[in-house]
Design a protein around this ligand. Structure first.
Ligand code: FES
Ligand code: FES
Length: 214
């Protein structure tokens, strides 16, 4: 083997020599102080503007705040309920920009500028929304905990059907038939521990068919 060939032993010897010759840099006594700002405690607040039930609101929120907590804890709209807080029960359903969503699964900052409708915005005690009236007429609840989410969902479901948006239960994608199977499938994300399901479907059928409910 010729001398200009690299050998493993020669390479290791060279690396060791290089390491020994490299000075270790220590901070000098006169080094300029760090310009990095000191770490703040907690997350910085984010401004969020929403139109909730027709009213403009301006909030300063921890960016980790869910839309549900913004509504309940910051705006005191406690009609929207927290059931599971991770997308399984539908108790937190609200309507955002015309579409129903689980408000526990989304951050308030993601909805800056959006229009939000909660159960408080659908109707009032004096002027109930037709879906609220129909739930009363058909006993669409027992304990009532799931009811605000059920009603928001039911209102949005009828809008989805009217807009021709199909579901897994739609036999004809071009013509959505109003059937109990269709309504049940679309409402399947809203759990009712009191099992008021048949009554909820009856209420939705009334509203869909324009029945006058007392
Ligand atoms: Fe949001 Fe249960 S609280 S889905
Ligand atoms: Fe009690 Fe639905 S009415 S959980």
């Amino acid at each position: 083997m010729t001398s200009d060939h690299l050998t493993r032993r020669g390479l290791l010897r060279g690396s060791a020599a290089l390491a020994a010759a490299t000075p270790v840099l220590a901070p000098s006594a006169g080094a300029a102080p760090s310009t990095r700002p000191p770490a703040k405690e907690g997350a910085p607040m984010s401004p969020v503007e929403l139109t909730v039930n027709g009213r403009e609101v301006h909030l300063q929120l921890d960016p980790r705040t869910s839309l549900l907590d913004a509504l309940r804890e910051h705006l005191h709209l406690t009609g929207t309920k927290k059931g599971c807080d991770h997308g399984q029960c539908g108790a937190c359903t609200v309507i955002v920009e015309g579409r129903r969503i689980n408000s526990c699964l989304t951050l308030a900052v993601m909805h800056d500028g959006d229009r939000v409708t909660t159960i408080e915005g659908l109707g009032t005690a004096e002027a109930l929304h037709p879906m609220q009236r129909a739930f009363i007429t058909h006993d669409g609840y027992q304990c009532g905990y799931c009811t605000p989410g059920q009603i928001c969902s039911a209102v949005a479901v009828l809008d989805e059907i009217a807009a021709g948006i199909p579901s897994h239960a739609s036999a004809d994608l071009n013509k959505i038939a109003l059937s109990d199977a269709e309504l049940r499938e679309r409402m399947s994300g809203n759990i009712c521990r009191c099992a008021a399901y048949p009554n909820i479907i009856a209420a939705m059928n009334d509203v869909a068919k324009g029945e006058k409910v007392a």
